[in-house]
Design a protein around this ligand. Structure first.
Ligand code: SAM
Length: 185
């Protein structure tokens, strides 16, 4: 594996591999921003890496990666964690919130803002019919965590009005549905 002791060797490259192993090869305090969408708990075996991760094991699985993310981030760096939860034995499992608490209380991250990714595209299922006594879920969490007590924030990005909302600055990211529609012929 290439040597990334100088962060310049990693800039503008796609580096494949287990993220924890790769991050261990990066120098401390060298990265401005980390964004991750880790595996859905118990949902898919992505094949190559860690297989399926159960909700009960999720926090222990993620924490070593979270510690590496903290180490490689610059003092004013940010980390966005896009994550979804899961109903287990009739109730929403708490691993998302347990992980968030641990990342803040044990690793040292600060929660700057929790955003949601509004994703109404989830297909109708037993939840939509009220079969489980609750609504279906149409969002995932996007927790914005800062390493230190200063961070960078570019207001121009949330001002992008993807949902045609009149409210200009909002904590909701939407993927415009029309961009996925087939063009009319
Ligand atoms: C929920 S998916 C995110 C997909 C991604 N947002 C995309 O659009 O391709 C989770 C991804 O994490 C990858 N993954 C799982 N464990 C990993 C690890 N230890 N290191 C790096 N990637 C990992 C999986 O292979 C999968 O592609």
């Amino acid at each position: 594996m290439a040597n990334y002791k100088r962060i310049e060797n990693a800039v503008n490259r796609f580096i494949t591999g287990d993220c924890e192993t790769v991050m261990k090869r990066l120098p401390a305090e060298s990265v401005d921003f980390v964004l991750t969408s880790p595996p859905y708990a118990d949902k898919r075996d992505y094949g190559l890496l860690d297989g399926m991760i159960s909700p009960d094991d999720y926090v222990d699985w993620f924490m070593p990666k979270g510690k590496q993310i903290y180490r490689v981030l610059k003092e004013n760096g940010s980390f966005v964690l896009n994550i979804s939860d899961k109903v287990v034995d009739g109730f929403q499992h708490l691993y998302v919130f347990e992980l968030l608490l641990k990342l803040c209380k044990e690793t040292g991250f600060h929660l700057v803002r929790d955003y949601i990714w509004y994703n109404p595209a989830t297909p109708p299922n037993v939840y939509s019919r009220g079969g489980y006594g609750r609504t279906k879920k149409s969002h995932e969490y996007c927790f914005w965590l800062a390493k230190g007590d200063t961070w960078k924030f570019n207001l121009a990005i949330p001002l992008l009005d993807v949902n045609n909302s009149k409210q200009k600055v909002q904590g909701v990211f939407c993927i415009a549905q029309h961009s996925f529609r087939k063009p009319r012929l």
